[in-house]
Design a protein around this ligand. Structure first.
Ligand code: DGI
Ligand code: FE
Ligand code: FE
Ligand code: FE
Length: 188
């Protein structure tokens, strides 16, 4: 699917601010791939970035039903924020006909991360975190580290996210902790 067509397809599903964020993720993902000369299907990364927040504004009830019907109950008890990623992967397949598993799994895991992330999952996870419109505490440090190492930057993003959730007394999706441990072990 052409980039222009993809952007036109996603736009009606997003707020203006979320559309601007999506363009930021797209540009960041492409820059990371180009600057680091990563051998990857750039078309797949583009589409993953463009559609990653496709389900962000669906009612939580709809997202929960989708996950339940697809045997993804493990996402149901960690707050509403984590639902749009796995349910989004389902919806872009069903409603937009995207079947490339690299695209779908990058979307599926973009909020929580996972163990053993492939390069598509890593690039989308990190780009979503550091794109220029983000202003979380600590994001500048993650941007700096990303210039040197994608893996080190992801560790930092996961650490910030876990710390943020702990401080807000929110539940932590277990796979987020597994992602953190796994990345740390691999960097040893
Ligand atoms: O959709 P975006 O805002 O672009 O970004 P995202 O999909 O990374 O979602 C970020 C939100 O998800 C943020 O509020 C923190 C939350 N989140 C990430 N990991 C977890 C989580 N929330 C819970 N409860 N548990 C997690 O493990
Ligand atoms: Fe998201
Ligand atoms: Fe994220
Ligand atoms: Fe996002």
């Amino acid at each position: 699917m052409d980039k222009k067509i993809a952007l036109a397809k996603v736009k009606p599903h997003l707020t203006n601010k979320r559309y601007v964020h999506t363009i930021g993720v797209l540009n960041t993902a492409v820059s990371l791939v180009e600057e680091k000369e990563i051998d990857i299907d750039i078309e797949a990364i583009r589409l993953a970035a463009i559609f990653h927040d496709y389900a962000k504004y669906r009612p939580a009830e709809e997202l929960r039903n989708i996950l339940q019907e697809n045997g993804q109950d493990q996402f149901l008890h960690y707050g509403e924020e984590v639902l749009h990623a796995p349910a989004g992967a389902y919806l872009v397949r069903k409603e937009l006909g995207i079947t490339n598993e690299k695209i779908l799994s990058a979307i599926f895991w973009h909020t929580t991360g996972k163990r053993n992330m492939n390069m598509y999952e890593k690039i989308l996870y990190l780009s979503d975190y550091i794109e220029p419109n983000r202003s979380f505490p600590g994001v500048d440090e993650v941007r700096e580290v990303a210039k040197e190492s994608i893996d080190q930057a992801i560790v930092l993003a996961l650490r910030n996210t876990i710390t943020f959730l702990v401080n807000k007394r929110q539940l932590i999706f277990p796979e987020t902790v597994h992602a953190y441990n796994d990345m740390l072990n691999q960097l040893k």
